[in-house]
Design a binder for this molecule. Sequence first.
Ligand code: ZN
Length: 568
Amino acid sequence: MKTTRSSIRVIALLLLVLALPSFLCAQSRPAADLIIRNAKIWTVDKNRPTAEAVAVLGERIVAVGSSAEIEAWQSVHTRVIDAAGKLLLPGFNDSHVHFVDGGLALDSVELNDATSAEEFARRIGERARRTPKGEWISGGDWDETKWTPARMPTKELIDSVTPDTPVFVSRYDGHMALANSVTLRLAGITSKTPDPPGGVIVRDAQGNPTGALKDAAMDYVYKIEPPLTHEQRLKAVKRALAHAASLGVTSVQHMNPEYADVAVYHELLQRGELTARIYAAPLITGVDDQVKIGVRHAFGDPFLRIGALKAYADGSLGSATAYFFEPFSNQPDNHGLLSDEMHPVSLMQDRMMRADAAGLQICTHAIGDQGITIILDIYSEIVKAHGESNRRFRIEHAQHMAAKDFERFAQLHVIASVQPYHAIDDGRWAEERIGHDRASRAYAFRTFLNHGVRLAFGTDWNVAPLNPMLTVYAAVTRATLDGKNPNGWFPEQKLTLPETIEAYTMGSAYAEFQENEKGSITPGKLADMVLLNDDIFAIDPAKIREVKVVMTIVGGKTVWDATDKKGH
Ligand SMILES: [Zn+2]
């Protein structure tokens, strides 16, 4: 008995000595907190495009490799996820969202899929019956192009069903909204009210307001609409965060937040409840606020950064307020509107000069070709005045390019922050409004890449759905929503899947100065990843829009797990 025991001891010792090199090696690094193994990983890292497994320590990725290689990082304390061969991507970074509006829209009256004016009115009436006295009906995201027959809504449609409720429902593009008579009265808008610079009060043949207000004219109402309470804002952000997590969106760049939105983000950050990383770009009209603080671009925490400004050059194509050189093909007297921030253009240039001098990043909404040209002119003046630097100018939307401007875009290193979903949505009717030639340079993602312009992908949520699968689908198929272009609307502008994913991850990270922190599954980067239920590289591209998110991981923590939700 004794001898046997001691021989076992000897054998054990021998085995230990033999195993020593690998034992020492395993001890030289801490064990991973999380390992995802048996995955098909598309890393978006050119040094290692594909892998099977990833190890995470704390909030960061520590190793990427084969399942066998990554096993060395495992201990009894490691949470191991077997991905069962599913596709793992870096988390999606939406470079252009209106996050609080999006959260509010999830709870607001749903008008976007109404198919007639009657249905639009019925839904508003129904909401009015459930709305407590004194509260407003807003949001809605209506789209009259989906109605049969398509026509611009007027207050008469909804007045009878909303006799006491103020209504101010927005068109889905955010550049027009419809007020009922209660709201027009509260805002003091009559036939005598002048159109403000950068805005239009739509009027009937007698000159009376129809209730539709475009761009800066909407401010007449915003001025008197009661502001969100802190509770309403908090609730909207939480709704938006949960929605983003369920869709694999791990970072968002919030365009024109109110300062109160940023305060809510910070509150949630301190409570450990931010489940998406946020870069906030308040309106440039408040440029001096950020200049005074002295922070520069991308200042802050991995979960919350500031240091960018959002400007507006013009309106939108859908509202016929995008600023073009030539008139709209179907409106010979209208070539669009410059925004109120551009009256005069020198006002915009002064603000941008101050922003750039302070090291703040500038993100400018510009949709029409002339709107884009003017902004590129200003950007070029800024470079002349302040010299070359790593400032990463952005143009948001960059929708309808003049042929001469692609080259300038590249020379000025301007990032095209674009939304492919708009292409398959607006592509239904864009050609009627701007003609074939201009449409050939619309949403021209391939042409941008050919000129060496960097793309950042986003959705403009809540103007378009936040779901990245719809955006990926749009970029690779360009199949318009009406089914009329199954092989792609201007198919020469389609992108490949790797190009699309890169624009949506690394491209967006670059657009917020975070390409060394996120955007790819690379050791050292933040562990933001998304596991999909289907392999978008293997399936028919037409099916990409049906793909769902199985799991979303932000900073190594699971913020969405589809299997958890089953049966709830
Ligand atoms: Zn937007």
